[in-house]
Design a protein around this ligand. Sequence first.
Ligand code: FAD
Ligand code: DLZ
Length: 513
Amino acid sequence: MPTLRLVLGDQLHRSISSLDGADSGDTILMCELWDEATYVRHHQKKIAFVFSAMRHFAASLRDEGLTVDYVPLDAPLNTGSFTGEVARALAEGAFDSVIVTEPGEWRVMEMINGWRDELEVPVHVRPDTRFFCSLERFERWADGRKQLRMEYFYREMRRETGYLLTSDGEPEGGAWNFDAENRKALPDMVALPERLSFEPDEITREVLALVAARFGNHFGTLEPFGMPVTEDQARAVLDHFVTHCLASFGDYQDAMAEGEAFLFHSTVSAALNAGLLLPATACDAAEAAYRAGDAPLNAVEGFIRQILGWREYVRGLYWLKMPDYKALNALEADRPLPDFYWTADTEMACLHDAITTTCEHAYAHHIQRLMITGNFALLAGVAPDAINEWYMVVYADAYEWVELPNTHGMAIYADGGIMASKPYAASGAYIDRMSNHCAGCRYQVKKKAGPHACPFNYLYWDFLIRNRERLKGNPRVGMIYRTLDKMKPERIAEIEDDARAFLEGLKPAANWP
Ligand code: FAD
Ligand code: DLZ
């Protein structure tokens, strides 16, 4: 009897393990689902991207002669959920088993686990072999370690994969990590590369109309839409990055610039996470550029570290620590999400810029996510569930396996240091050093107190004061507390007053929309 092979919307690669051994007698089930589009109310561009990429992938499987049961969102019998659609397919056809590749989110794994009892045929869950590091391998790495720091994991991955190793097995350039060279601000006159954008074809145009009609009240701008929706287009974005951006990626990795969404970043995360691009393809292309002398080591190592190191590490950590991880709230943060996260209606220029970019492109680069929107949420004490939901909604690359560790662990320190050795808290000085936002801001970054001072300045110290008992034992923040200890009581009171007034003035978000 044939097999029912379920392919989820972020598993869109021909090498996905659920398709291993597929033949024309099997049915490949792909479904556009109300539940998946609304369990968080994803950015309109993300829904369009996923649906269009799914439809293109289904077409490519059919071109190969495979049988695809593709359920569009508006199909009359569409039940709206993975569970409903698998049960319906089984009721309508004769299948001996269901095969699926492990999903990227805990909640979906829970659903699939439920099928083992609910369905009358066996359910086989195959490992997701798109990653360099299997979940078992990550568990072995983590086993017995007091601290799970990315850097040590990354070195093992470098050794195992051979990326950027000399013939003696040592790291190219004599060091594993060139991060110290990757912190330059953007010079005024630097020319930024043009970005690839793809004219929507008929499939994408149909999807855009569907999203406008059914999800037009979700966050974000739907059009113009130029995201890559096929493997070929994703590969073109990668090649464009390698040719035009990679050489400067390292130097300006941490830079920010007003009105410039992409700088020298690759913009491949949505394609990688949906399966259009394999991580090995991205790392191979970057290493080839280094070997050909087309990009310097600090850039190529930096790029490979993001994918081979951070991306693999956060996935391993997510599956190692879930489900308890999500409930952690080490700093007992409980503030509602400020309304400006949805509207960009804030006079703080850096936040306004990062949120505007996010709304237009369903994208912001790492430093905007970490040091602007993340840093503000950390300092203001926004409740983890509220800020996690925001990050899940607004980015086209957001899936819980990668969003949660980055937000919960890295940005807001809700995991109490499982991921980061100290909170990534920063005052306005950091933002001023790494960007040109402050020059045009209504607030003054050099002012420490009063209504014209940059709010990041007093919120930074207020955060440290509020969390003294929780953080004082951390040797990495000891020096900052020694500075705080030298402040006069009047200065402490001034910081607390400014912070209270500012935070009380924030309008909390109504549930979106
Ligand atoms: P580049 O800067 O060009 O980096 C290359 C690739 O490296 C990225 O495409 C991505 O696949 C990978 N990468 C880089 N940093 C990380 C990281 N910290 N964790 C995992 N992969 C990384 N990334 C997501 O893919 N999905 C998310 O939902 C997500 N949420 C985030 C939330 C917060 C608060 C923070 C601080 C970071 C988050 N990131 C997330 C990581 C990172 O910001 C994005 O991967 C990156 O901005 C995507 O842009 P890019 O493709 O141009 O990346
Ligand atoms: C993100 C997403 C969206 C918006 N819609 C669908 C969908 O309609 N059908 C589908 O199979 N997958 C979708 N996805 C991706 C899933 O949410 C993703 O597979 C799970 O979150 C597991 O990572």
